[in-house]
Design a protein around this ligand. Sequence first.
Ligand code: G6P
Length: 372
Amino acid sequence: SAAEKGGYDWFMLKEIDEQPHALADTLRGRLTDSGEIMLDEVRLTDQDLRDVDKIFIVACGTSFNTGLVAKYAIEHWTRIPCEVELASEFRYRDPVLDRSTLVIVISQSGETMDTIMALRHAKGQKARVLAICNTNGSTIPRESDAVLYTRGGPEVAVASTKAFLTQLAACYLVGLHLAQVRGVKYADEVGAVLAELQATPDKVARLLSEMTPVRQLARDLSAAPTVLFIGRHVGYPVALEGALKLKELAYIHAEGFAAGELKHGPIALIDEGTPVICVVPSPRGRSILRDKIVSNIQEVRARGARTIVIAEEGDLDVAQFADDLIYVPATPTLLAPLMTAVPMQVLAAEIAATRGHDVDQPRNLAKSVTVE
Ligand code: G6P
């Protein structure tokens, strides 16, 4: 009903706006008095976690895209090799698992059948399983050795938004927790990263108050036959997530690419006026990465693309390569997906609405896929 939607036309728009709150809830109260990060239910010892020599992240859909971002953070902070795999592929290919493997399963609902079956396979091979889940007491956390709950509250719209942001926050916490327990070099960074994480809810709130130009852009793009998304580093999974949102909601052909792969095929898709949404990393810090994507933007533009650039506030240089420019608040590179994904959510929802689609219940899709 209209009342349940709190004055919004769609649950999805309401859930997008709930993200600052959901993020703050997920991060709240995670530190012990001695400064250690706590998970929710841990049936594993610190020694078990110190023995981990390999991590798999297993999930479906948007939760899989969360895992792709998490890999960059977890490997950087913990130095443990981490692979990300679709739940529907994982158990059919005989993955190498043993008791020193940590399998992180990510699921909003906790009931996705492919993810449940992957979890059971991992447990059958004696791997340790840690769940990141939004639904208390659902199958996945019940069957796991440890749980970190995202506290996003119920997500009604089929397309995941606040679950994605809160899962990212949860993955950062897990990565930092593992770094602390294992005492690796990057454990030094933990305090600083946590402070940056705590600052993200307010930044997302500010970003959400600046979405009018994105809604305008949505009207402009609503008739596009194809929209491409490019990114590098953590911007690459964000590009995949942006494309997924647009497919799900607007039924527009959309693809995300690692910008470095453009010349190996995707650039052939660029035609006069093809919209290309480009995720640009912070000009601070890893600026080599930023310079590389700026040249990718110039490459697609030279072939006629309409470049829609998502960049960090204060990156004035990038304006000259952007047909449309969306600024997001500054945050460390690894945390930037908490910002850059937001305008993509708004864009996809608004394009879907402009095209007259049901934003909350896209055709052919279900909120939770409980069959394999
Ligand atoms: C379905 C939903 C997606 C979700 C995916 C995984 O496809 O439409 O929004 O990302 O399932 O769901 P889970 O509950 O396991 O995160």
